[in-house]
Each structure stands twice: as structure tokens, then as C-alpha cells.
Design a protein around this ligand. Structure first.
Ligand code: SF4
Ligand code: SF4
Length: 373
């Protein structure tokens, strides 16, 4: 099982689509009234032996450090890496504090997801002036220090983003070398649709950009025999090649659980304090017996559910966007599916003739990539 552990709510950045949104005032949504636990501690406040006991019951535990910014608590990262009965670790970080961590600790992570949105102007517009340069310096040093794990660029995209330019910039850049790229659209996480130009951007920019990116992805397979590890393409194409339906691709609520700062267990790391949806507690739960929390609402009757998986469990519960607004977002998923199914015969042909290796599509599921943007 995969677990996120929230070390702290604190963060040294205030990104416009994350902490920055907490300063905006939005109308009430159509979704359920969600009660947030006001008592939830800001810092991890559990007994670490109790955490280790819980994790010891799962021989396949994979633990991902999460926040806030988890490296604000590098002391805890070090202690848990040293003492927990876990063999596999991952880290989701904004990348600005990577230079505060011992190289020996960093080498323990099989995967590090670093937030970066594309070129300098775009990353800094979303994340604050100087963020891009700090992150790029840190990942360059990380690679020079011999880090051998998977280094994933984790982009958040919005109306400022030209998706083709941003992804190709990160994919083909002499200043750094990410192993993989993932992006998620900042959509249906807050009741902000009316203040945005989302629909226009989807039709004029994002969907055409995805068409171009899929063509670029295919062209690299043909010319170099290389399958670029772009998660929104890689994971669904892997399933299409095997004709395999997918559940919620991030795994929240059935393969991926999140440990809150007070030890409660939620389905996903964004469901912080949503106590009505907690699924257990480290002191009393057994990993193999954690209940599932399935996606709900319109997704359950969607004709492309087997491809999409429901995109985001959190959104299906909180429903920040109305049905009509959500359907605009779903058009990006329909479009992604059309592009990938359109590319499928060519990918199959390249595989059959040996231009690309089927193993190029192998990847770790539930590694923090939310897959369907
Ligand atoms: S396309 Fe939209 S409605 Fe369909 S499963 Fe995905 S998120 Fe749900
Ligand atoms: S996609 Fe949604 S449900 Fe999955 S981890 Fe992200 S916020 Fe949670």
C-alpha cells in the first residue's frame, strides 16, 4: 500500500493555486457541506512508535513525505528514514529546500516529485519570484551528487500555461534532467470557475496543445525509439496497450492513503481535516483492512470511466464546480482519450517492429502522480 504522511501544514512558499487560494473568498458550492476539523495540529503530533507499528503490518508499505512543505521538517524526515520499518520512500516537495537535506537521506528516495510549472517566468508567476532559479539549482546539484532515483517534474497548469511549450521546455533542457513529467490542471479544486477564462483556454490552448504533445511524443518514439515518461500519456497508454480498465488513477481511497498530523487516515492528502471521510487511525487500523472510498456522482455513470477512473476523488466529494462547469474539464479528458486511442495503432506497430521496447511503459503506479490532469 502507498501512504502519504503529512509532516507539517507549514510551507515556505505561497503558490497562487495552493495556499494563495485560501486568501480568496468564494461563493458556496453545490457540493456537500464539508466539516473541517479545527483541532487538527499543524505539525505531525503522533507517537512515532505507533506509526512504525502501523507500517510494520504492511510488508509492501511505500511512504511518501508530504506537507505543507515536508522539508520544513527535515529533522522528522531524517528520523523516520532512520527508524521506520519501511523499505520504499518517496518525497513530494516544492524543491526549494532540497539543499537542506543530507545526500545520504536524499539517496533513500526512489522517487522525488518536484513542483515546477515550466519556464522561469511561468513558475515564478505562480510560485513567487526566484523560485524557479532556486529549484533548478537544487535539482542540478541533486543530479550531480549522483541521485539515481526517479525525478519527476510536477507541474500545475492553468490559463497562463501553454501546455506544449511548458512540457517541451521541461522535457528538453540542458540546464537539468528530469526523468519524468507530470501535470495537473488547476481545476475543480475551488469555486473559482466564474472568475476564470477556463473554457476558452481549454478550447483554444490546452486541447490543441495536447494534440501537438501527443504528436511530439509519437515522433520521439519513431525517430529515437524513446518513450518520454510523461505520466498523463504513459500510464493511460500502458493500460490501452493491455486493454485494461483503470480505477481512479491516483489510487486515493483504495491503494493510496494519507496519514494526517494527528494519526487519522484519509483517502487522499488533500482531504486534510475532512473528518467525516476519515477511514481509520494508525493506532487502531490494520493496513489490509482499511475501507475503500470510491468516486461518486456523475463519474459513476460516465461512459469513459474505465479510461478516466474518475479523475479526482476529492472533487467528486466537494464538488466545487457545478455539473456544467465540470463538464468543461471532462472535455479535456475526452480529448486526451481521443488523442491516445488515435495514437494506439502507431504505438502498437512501433512495438511490434521493435522500434520501442514494451518495457519503456513500465512505471510505479500510485507514486503521487495524479495521472488524469
Ligand atoms: S470524464 Fe469526467 S465524469 Fe467522466 S469519469 Fe472522468 S471526471 Fe468523471
Ligand atoms: S487527484 Fe484528487 S483524489 Fe487523487 S490525490 Fe489528487 S486531490 Fe486527492
Amino acid at each position: 500500500m502507498f501512504y502519504h504522511i503529512i509532516l507539517t501544514d507549514d510551507c515556505n512558499l505561497c503558490c497562487s493555486y495552493c495556499r494563495g487560494k485560501s486568501f480568496e473568498v468564494y461563493e458556496e458550492t453545490d457540493g456537500e457541506l464539508i466539516t473541517i476539523d479545527p483541532e487538527l495540529p499543524a505539525e505531525l503530533s503522533i507517537s512515532l512508535p505507533a506509526l512504525y507499528h502501523f507500517l510494520s503490518m504492511d510488508p509492501d508499505a511505500v511512504l511518501t513525505f508530504y506537507g505543507g512543505e515536508p522539508l520544513m521538517r527535515s529533522d522528522l524526515v531524517h528520523e523516520i528514514l532512520r527508524d521506520a520499518p519501511v523499505n520504499r520512500y518517496m518525497l513530494q516537495t516544492n524543491g526549494t529546500l532540497l539543499d537542506h537535506i543530507e545526500p545520504a537521506d536524499l539517496s533513500r528516495f526512489e522517487t522525488i516529485l518536484v513542483s515546477i510549472d515550466g519556464p522561469e517566468w511561468l513558475t515564478d508567476a505562480n510560485r513567487g519570484t526566484g523560485t524557479y532559479r532556486t529549484v533548478v539549482d537544487n535539482i542540478s546539484n541533486l543530479c550531480e551528487s549522483g541521485y539515481h532515483g526517479e525525478l519527476i517534474a510536477r507541474m500545475t497548469v492553468n490559463e497562463k500555461t501553454d501546455i506544449y511549450d511548458a512540457v517541451t521546455f521541461l522535457s528538453d533542457n540542458d540546464d537539468f534532467r528530469f526523468s519524468s513529467i507530470h501535470w495537473q490542471i488547476d481545476a475543480n479544486f475551488a469555486n473559482d470557475f466564474k472568475s476564470r477564462h477556463f473554457e476558452e483556454w481549454v478550447e483554444r490552448s490546452y486541447n490543441p496543445g495536447i494534440s501537438m504533445l501527443v504528436r511530439y511524443w509519437l515522433s520521439c518514439m519513431k525517430s529515437e525509439g524513446k518513450v518520454l515518461r510523461w505520466y498523463p500519456f504513459l500510464d493511460p497508454m500502458d493500460d490501452l496497450l493491455s486493454n485494461r480498465p483503470s480505477r481512479l488513477r491516483c489510487g486515493a481511497g483504495y491503494a493510496n492513503y494519507s496519514i494526517m498530523t494527528d494519526g487519522n487516515i484519509a483517502a487522499c492528502p488533500v482531504m486534510v481535516g475532512m473528518k467525516d471521510y476519515y477511514l481509520g487511525h494508525i493506532a487502531s487500523s490494520v493496513p489490509a483492512q482499511l475501507p475503500e472510498l470510491p468516486v461518486r456522482g456523475r463519474c459513476t455513470e460516465c461512459e469513459i470511466l474505465d479510461f478516466c477512473g474518475g479523475r479526482c476523488l476529492y472533487s467528486t466529494i466537494t464538488r466545487p464546480w457545478t455539473e456544467d462547469q465540470s463538464s468543461v474539464l471532462c472535455r479535456t479528458i475526452t480529448h486526451l482519450r481521443e488523442c491516445l486511442t488515435g495514437a494506439l495503432p502507431e504505438v502498437t506497430r512501433l512495438m511490434t517492429e521493435g522500434t520501442i521496447n514494451p518495457e519503456s511503459f513500465l512505471h510505479t503506479k500510485f507514486n503521487g502522480c495524479e495521472i488524469i490532469p
